[in-house]
Design a protein around this ligand. Sequence first.
Ligand code: GLU
Length: 312
Amino acid sequence: MAIMTTTSSHTFLPVLERIAEEIGHTPGRGRPADYIPALAARDPRSFGMAVAELDGTVYGVGEWREPFSTQSITKVFTLALDLAREGDELWEHVGREPSGNPFNSLVQLEYENGIPRNPFINAGALVVTDRLQTRTEDAAGQLLDFLRAESGNPALDFDHEVAASETAFGDRNAALAHFMASYGNIDNDVTVLLDQYFRQCSVAASCADLALATGFLARHGIRADGTRLLTRSQAKQVNAVMLTCGTYDAAGDFAYRVGLPGKSGVGGGIIAVVPGRCTLCVWSPGLDERGNSVAGVAALDRFTTLTGLSVF
Ligand code: GLU
């Protein structure tokens, strides 16, 4: 794998090099998501991994500068942006327990009166985006501005082909949104909400961009420019929900293997946080049956094993 670096202080670079070497020799790397047709064409052998240190130093291996579809990873950022604005009132509209069901499931919503289990399943993310939309009138735009600022990459953007693909195949998300609206748990017009949500999911970013953008969670709520987005307690809360709910219904196995707060997306990316130390992002499009990147989980597992860094 090609190794590129941007600055001189690269504590974990030898570990990343070793992981890239090992992953390169691993057969069977899962299958790209195909329920969003625009994602299906990615090569499952692609692999990139980046580490961002607290001071904004970033480095990586493989295709760590290659943009990919961030998808559900964006749910972490919209959660943080909304929590920063409305605080604990959010938790009256979305829970914070693992769901034990697939990320796009409808069944639990009826038993639980339209209150989604957590902000990282699709129903919960739709509620968070809806609430951010009410407060800002442009939830996806707020997300994009935040990601650009934290990554230092003004070229980050929506991928309109992916957003259109999601809209065209978005019946299940539309059903979730309408169903929650019937319980009074959606404020905005469902069409407006879905447009915001699909654009949010379509943002294309690289491992370098996302590792940097996640930095506020390792800095206990402090943004790249030194201002505070979340209280220390709120940063802990977001990290905790990532640990328990961030990797679909395999969060228990992810915590067992990796031992870090993490959030995956069906584009094959995973972000992870070592609070007080650094953030990581790994990308490889081949997914397991739960929706997590096969090589991505394996690489994070190796990272925490080789470095001894975890929250435990
Ligand atoms: N945009 C995707 C969806 O709503 C996100 C899925 C994901 O990455 O978990 O189905």
